[in-house]
Design a protein around this ligand. Structure first.
Ligand code: GCW
Length: 718
């Protein structure tokens, strides 16, 4: 070959390569982005996967096989040879149950797997080196395939591989706050995915892709409808529609759940009461549940928000939460269904510290709930704030299964315009020590049932998914969906590791990129805490729509819907006293936790104003006064966004143009809004503290009344 020809081939390859980088990627594929592998590893993969034995005798196994072969074709441009017998370099995929039919010299008694678990193992059978993917059942096998593909996507070695994976939590569920009119409460990524109007006859491809994405991270349940429930959901017309979705999701191992409006017997049942102890009501639920199972034979059960924020519930009839939950549970039990009963309650009348109310109402009911009821508790006692201490109910109800509710949709973390990787928030909560049974009684152990020997276990994530082409609005919102799935599978997981894998799956395996972007993700949530609610402040957001800052919000129908109730700032000081001199919410924690938070010497400064009301002159460990530290945190928050911009700016040539630009533009919005949060909060707190700004803190750009008078219309999510 002549020199000029070689040069032009090189040039062509270079152009092709850079062309790939700049090609548009709209993010629709999520982390299921099977990029061609241009790495020496590709050859090893192909050799190891020369042949395949994969009898696919069911719908789930057929789609697992299709997923595998498509993935191999896209990544390796290689299709293994289908074999009946087992030779060297064969990939064998099977459920445990099907192994005997393969005549493999393997003792299956040795292979123990928990429900939905799988193993991936290289081994020698009858002299042949083979790779085994074995699932405890069909769904476990599908999970094994996805896991295997992810290993290839992230360029991991597969020789001598020996992996066993089992879910630590049984029900790994998304909660959609989707309304029947197509809107999504606190949804920032477009409309609802569910087109109720066209269902049941029109099956959008999105439903399939949604199921596939969930299965790829082990999510096995979906609550289709908003917890602020509409009784119509339970009418025949809508059950037919929900059944059509259930049918799409079933082969992917995903069960459908619905939200039950407690007053449904009145609203759609024609009864004149919804008293859970009334025999006609009991009968009504019994019949309704039978009807549901006729439509959806594997229906998962109900999620219920009762006696909270105006939702009806058993207390309307003088009954308690257990009496309410148990009526539904009894009717669901013969069918294997469960009730997820939310503990997000705060009394309509009693203006006690809102942080105490869930515990006050639920803890005394420990042991009163039916076996198939699990109490769904938000990660913190107020409401999905950028940072909250763990909810005091964790560890406090040993005789009741408790599940975690995380919010993936960023209601309080900048909607879908701010980059907030929530892995560190999940990890921080799950690794908190409740001390309920002495040291190391971590929240994750409560959730996985190991602390109190619970077998009914679950986790919920309030979905951040909508009709936006890239599903989550912000491309990095996808990481929160992914990370939620991973933590629901193993609540003792690592946010940093999950982030690195997600980056590799979603963007590239380029080491520099992975390192930079992982660091950016890991710091992103702390950055938001700094420019929104530093040092334990909380609930400072704009009224009702929750967009932007509103530390001045006061004089509303309920004190605990205002901001001033939570920060109590005046000329003397700031913070909510939850110690024994204040609301004593701290008494709800186990003693070592209470003491740690109560004592200013040991209270972590990130929670200091959550638990203490302190003078502005209070000296923090850094030596700064509280006022100076507050100013500094707001400044660090804004600087944190600038740092993210810089990090992202360096990645221009490492990702496709489309996502690069999207993220770049979103970071600009985030910077503007971080500055706005900082300026508005500082202007307000300065007006209370009446202190001068520290030397290195620039005063806000505008006077306080400018921020107070900003008006917004058509904010998404309401
Ligand atoms: O965070 C609040 C939201 C409400 C939500 C409620 C809840 C679905 O502002 O929109 O209602 O929590 O979790 O029930």
């Amino acid at each position: 070959m002549t020199k000029p020809r070689i040069t032009s081939i090189c040039l062509f390859l270079c152009l092709l390569f850079t062309g790939l980088k700049t090609m548009a990627d709209d993010g629709y594929k999520l982390w299921l982005n099977y990029q061609p592998i241009n790495d020496p590893l590709a050859q090893t993969y192909k050799t190891t996967l020369r042949n395949i034995v994969f009898p696919a005798n069911s719908q789930t196994l057929r789609l697992a096989k299709k997923e595998l072969l498509n993935g191999l074709k896209d990544m390796l441009n290689h299709l293994p040879q289908e074999q009946a017998a087992i030779n060297n370099n064969t990939l064998v995929v099977s459920t445990l149950e099907n192994i005997p039919s393969l005549n493999l010299a393997i003792d299956i008694k040795q292979l123990r797997l928990k429900e939905e678990g799988f193993m991936i193992k290289q081994t020698t059978v009858d002299g042949a080196t083979i790779l085994l993917i074995i699932g405890q059942n069909e769904i476990g096998t599908l999970y094994g395939i996805f896991h295997f593909l992810q290993l290839l996507q992230t360029h991991r070695p597969i020789s001598h591989i020996d992996i066993k994976e089992e879910p630590h939590i049984k029900h790994r569920v998304l909660n959609h706050w989707d309304n029947l009119d197509g809107s999504v409460e606190r949804g920032y990524a477009g409309h609802s995915l569910w087109n109720w109007h066209k269902l049941p006859d029109y099956i959008d491809q999105r439903y399939v892709d949604y199921a596939r994405a969930n299965a790829s991270v082990g999510i096995n349940g979906t609550v289709l409808t908003n917890v602020n429930a509409n009784a119509l959901t339970l009418t025949e017309r809508y059950l037919e529609k929900a059944a059509a979705l259930a049918e799409v999701f079933r082969p992917y191992g995903i069960k459908v759940y619905l939200t039950a409006r407690f007053s449904a017997p009145l609203e759609i049942g024609g009864l004149n009461t919804a008293d859970p102890l009334d025999s006609t009501v009991i009968q009504w639920w019994h019949e309704k549940i039978q009807e549901i199972y006729k439509h959806i034979p594997d229906f998962g059960g109900f999620l219920v928000k009762a006696n909270s924020e105006g939702q009806p519930g058993p207390q309307n009839y003088g009954r308690d939460h257990a009496e309410g939950a148990n009526v539904l549970a009894k009717a669901l039990q013969p069918h294997g269904g469960i009730v997820m009963w939310r503990a997000f309650v705060y009394d309509d009348e009693v203006p006690d510290d809102r942080a105490k109310q869930a515990y006050s109402e639920f803890q005394p009911l420990d042991g009163e709930f039916a076996e198939n009821v699990i109490v769904q508790v938000k990660n913190g006692a107020i409401d999905f704030q950028p940072r909250e201490p763990f909810h005091p109910l964790f560890g406090a109800m040993p005789q009741t299964p408790l599940m975690m509710e995380f919010q993936l949709t960023q209601e309080y973390l900048g909607f879908a315009t701010h980059l907030a990787y929530l892995g560190p928030l999940f990890e921080e909560t799950l690794q908190s020590d409740t001390y309920s049974k002495g040291e190391q009684s971590y929240v994750y152990k409560v959730i996985e049932g190991s602390l109190d020997e619970q077998t009914l276990t679950a986790m919920a994530g309030v979905a951040n998914i909508g009709s936006d082409r890239n599903w989550t609005g912000h491309p990095f919102g996808q990481a929160n969906w992914y990370a939620y799935g991973k933590f629901a599978w193993n609540p003792n997981g690592s946010a940093a590791e999950i982030a690195a894998n997600w980056i590799r799956l979603t963007f590239t395996n380029d080491q520099g990129f992975v390192k930079d972007v992982q660091q950016m993700m890991m710091e992103s949530r702390e950055t938001i805490v700094r420019y929104m609610t530093p040092l334990g402040l909380h609930h400072l957001m704009g009224w009702d729509h929750h967009y932007g800052p509103g530390p001045w919000i006061k004089d509303k129908a309920r004190a605990d819907w205002t901001s001033v109730y939570y920060h109590n700032a005046d000329e003397q000081g700031i913070g909510f006293d939850r110690t024994s001199t204040g609301s004593n919410a701290l008494s709800q924690y186990a003693d070592p936790v209470r003491k740690k938070f109560e004592d200013l010497k040991t209270c972590p400064e990130e929670f200091i104003l959550w638990f203490h009301h302190l003078p502005w002159t209070y000296q923090l460990r850094s030596g700064e006064s509280l006022w100076e530290a507050l100013c500094q945190h707001y400044d660090m928050g804004v600087q944190g966004v600038k740092d993210m911009q810089e990090t992202w700016g360096k990645q221009r040539n490492k990702v496709d143009k489309q996502r690069f630009n999207q993220i770049d533009m979103l970071l600009s919005i985030q910077l503007k809004e971080a500055q706005w949060w900082r300026d508005a909060c500082l202007a307000y707190f300065q007006s209370q503290a009446k202190k001068t700004y520290p030397k290195n803190t620039n005063p806000p750009l505008h006077p306080l009344n400018y921020y107070e008078n900003l008006q917004f219309h058509y904010v998404p999510g309401i």
